[in-house]
Design a protein around this ligand. Structure first.
Ligand code: GDP
Length: 177
């Protein structure tokens, strides 16, 4: 049983160009069905899908909202998500700093809640252009009290692991209530 059938709202956050759209496409399955005539991502910022994690079904509603308003209200992605994938590119140190800023903004917007967050170092296939080491990513995640994973959307490496990881964290939080 799924416990609660309501979808988990997972928000993609990060600087421009880090791979949020690539993540959303993999999630939506665009990569394996390019000719699909129902591209629900097009013109819509939200895409809902059932996934199986550890033998149990979960519904993720993925929100790809790169823009973010510092004046946080109920519709702000900083308020409306259940969990966050906080992306940077390992080839772009500025995007790593941006991820830190976003983490701080999240904490400010949601002071009372323990929100599942995974810090995602994307583009790990671009080894020769690396500007942020795995150790720096890990240290930053530890400091910010979130999980860490390196991914390559281009190689479809660890992307589903990131989505599954966020579902596991959401379940842990649900089960501890
Ligand atoms: P967004 O602005 O965060 O939505 O970033 P996009 O998903 O549009 O990605 C920006 C660019 O980086 C595009 O040209 C992508 O093809 C490329 N890209 C995204 N993820 C990866 C990755 O893991 N590896 C490589 N080599 N390129 C990537």
């Amino acid at each position: 049983s799924r416990g609660s059938c309501s979808p988990y709202r997972v928000v993609l956050l990060g600087a421009s160009g880090v791979g949020k759209t690539a993540f959303a496409s993999i999630f939506a399955g665009a990569a394996d069905s390019m000719d699909s005539d129902e591209c629900e991502l097009c013109g819509d910022e939200e895409f809902e899908k059932e996934v199986e994690v550890d033998g149990e079904a979960a519904i993720i509603s993925l929100i790809d909202k790169p823009s973010w308003d510092s004046e946080c209200d109920q519709n702000c992605p900083m308020q409306s998500g259940d969990a966050y994938l906080l992306l940077y590119s390992i080839t772009d140190r500025a995007s790593f700093l941006r991820a830190s800023e976003l983490r701080i903004a999240l904490r400010r917007c949601r002071p009372a809640q323990h929100t599942p967050i995974i810090l995602v170092g994307n583009k790990c296939d671009l080894v020769r252009r690396r500007e942020v080491s795995p150790n720096e990513g890990r240290a930053c995640a530890a400091l910010f009290d979130c999980k860490f994973i390196e991914t390559s959307a281009a190689m479809q490496h660890n992307v589903w692991e990131a989505f599954h990881g966020i579902v596991r964290q959401l379940r842990l939080r649900r089960d501890s209530k």
